[in-house]
Design a protein around this ligand. Structure first.
Ligand code: ZN
Length: 321
């Protein structure tokens, strides 16, 4: 049976790339670990944010499409992305976010910790969960958020489903997750050893409208495979179970397969290697537009078609200004 090890990355849709980079760097204190394009639509950026080294489990990515309309949160969608922060840090975060004019809901108690909810500039629902134990990875210690409050990768992702049973079967039976907890209309499944970065919460909302994927909504959720051979084995099993799964696709920083869970959320399985230092050194991650070898011959044309984007110099550990 397939046994993903936790969240690899989560990809969402944004509108303005400059607004997106300012929010995730300055407000959330993440590091831009890769500036590239959507390999399937190279007139669009693909921006990857994470911790200092872009470890799997810390990566939120965006396709910013200027002028794209707002989507709608609803069923058949990953509706909330929750990040892990240390216990006792939500007071700092509430003040920090309100200081930037962001409406904050909470903190409120949730299964294993306290949650603060708010939205990014495109309306994407985010949570910070302060909890015991480690996060999925260390924070970006040189970023603008003090290290003791810094985001330590993902805590969990929440799926909203009209009928949660088929989705529970996908995670519990076909992907080898363990059902760990239940409460407030939510059922919690955890991958592997469990804990922050391995969690999917499934919310049962039979009366809610169907979600519409556009700006401010999640495009897909990727789960970790240790290597390509393991991924290929999982692919065969999923195909054998009846899922429509893509071939293994080279995403330059990982190898991926894609399929939908029965509720409609697009899932990906992505390999941990080779990672974001494949084509630039750790200290310079995100600084320059990177293209995979098959798009490099078209660099001039691709660059000309991309919207303007000025990456704040706080992104580099060695930057002085
Ligand atoms: Zn992906």
């Amino acid at each position: 049976m397939a046994h993903p090890h936790g969240i690899h990355h989560i990809t969402a849709i944004a509108s303005d790339p400059q607004q997106n980079v300012e929010f995730y760097l300055r407000t959330m204190g993440l590091r831009l670990v890769k500036t590239t394009v959507n390999f399937d639509a190279p007139d669009t950026y693909h921006l990857y944010y994470g911790n200092r080294s872009g470890d799997p489990g810390t990566i939120i990515t965006f396709f910013p499409w200027p002028g794209t309309p707002r989507g709608r949160q609803g069923t058949g969608q990953a509706t909330t992305i929750a990040f892990s922060v240390p216990e006792g840090s939500l007071g700092w975060w509430a003040e920090h976010l309100r200081g930037q004019g962001i409406a904050v809901d909470g903190p409120r108690f949730r299964l294993d910790g306290e949650a603060l909810s708010f939205r990014d500039p495109d309306g994407l629902i985010l949570e910070l969960i302060a909890h015991e134990g480690p996060g999925a990875g260390p924070p970006w210690e040189e970023g603008p958020v003090p290290e003791q409050h810094g985001i330590r990768g993902f805590h969990s992702v929440t799926f909203t489903e009209a009928d949660s049973d088929p989705t529970e079967e996908t995670f519990g039976t076909h992907l080898g997750f363990t059902r760990r907890d239940e409460g407030d209309d939510r059922v919690r499944y955890e991958a592997g050893a469990g804990g922050a970065g391995t969690i999917v919460d499934i919310l049962r909302r039979p009366g809610d409208p169907r979600g519409l994927v556009a700006a401010g909504t999640v495009h897909h959720v990727a789960w970790r495979a240790p290597d390509e051979d393991t991924e290929a084995g999982w692919r065969d099993e999923l195909v054998g179970t009846g899922y429509g799964v893509t071939e293994i696709i080279d995403r330059q920083y990982f190898k991926s397969i894609y399929f939908r869970e029965p509720g409609g959320v697009l899932l990906e399985i992505a390999t941990d290697p080779p990672g974001f230092t494949r084509d630039e050194p750790l200290l310079e991650l995100g600084r320059e537009l990177k293209l995979p070898p098959w798009l490099e011959p078209n660099r001039e044309q691709i660059s000309a078609a991309l919207p303007e984007l000025k990456i704040p110099t706080i992104n580099w550990p060695d930057a002085s200004g």
